[in-house]
Design a protein around this ligand. Structure first.
Ligand code: ADP
Length: 183
């Protein structure tokens, strides 16, 4: 199963991805987590990414795409993956399509987590990650609306929309039901 997870920051993609990854037996690949691991290890990539993440801007596409390509090239991602946080722009989606084409594989679907802005702000403030300050959240939502939301139309034919209000269990059940229905 090769899936992309789409949705605004704070939609709970990471939480759901961890559950779905276990259920589906495919790795959860989160660009945010990969950047944070690099920041933790104080790598050059981490230092560059941090300067963008701290203000809620996107990390430049060339470095992000190279990191994703490397990760998708690892053995465990050969037969499937849950991609969380990439693509975040139409340009990144086109890069992903070319990359998968070159491997002769296709996405099985794009899970779109639908949730109100009030809910995501509430969830991010409760989570309190380093980039979850009010100013940064505001900018990340703006970047989402302008750059990432257009992916909903871009992926129209592959879109699997999941209502992402409710409890973690409710949402993961909805997602798994949708995936089973299509299997
Ligand atoms: P959230 O979705 O809650 O904002 P993430 O962990 O997915 O959290 O992303 C955190 C930050 O990492 C983003 O605000 C952005 O700066 C950077 N980032 C993650 N994925 C990408 C991407 N595909 N392209 C550019 N920047 C990214």
């Amino acid at each position: 199963m090769r899936l992309v997870l789409l949705g605004p920051p704070g939609a709970g993609k990471g939480t759901q991805a961890a559950i779905l990854s276990k259920e589906l037996g495919v790795p959860h690949i989160s660009t945010g987590d990969l950047f944070r691991a690099n920041i933790g290890n104080d790598t050059e990539l981490g230092r560059e990414a941090k300067s963008y993440m701290d203000v809620g801007e996107l990390v430049p596409t060339d470095v992000t795409a190279r990191m994703v390509e490397d990760r998708l090239g690892e053995d465990d991602a050969k037969d499937g993956f849950l991609l969380d946080g990439f693509p975040r722009t139409v340009e990144q989606a086109e890069i992903l399509t070319r990359l998968l084409d070159s491997k002769g594989v296709k996405l099985d679907g794009v899970l779109n987590f639908k949730v109100s802005e009030d809910t995501v702000v509430e969830r991010m403030l409760a989570r309190g990650r380093e980039d979850d300050t009010e100013a940064t959240i505001k900018n990340r939502l703006k970047v989402y609306r302008e750059e990432t939301a257009p992916l909903i139309d871009h992926y129209e034919g592959s879109l699997i929309t999941i209502e992402a209000e409710g409890t973690v269990e409710e949402i993961s059940e909805r997602a798994l039901d949708e995936l089973r229905r299509r299997a």
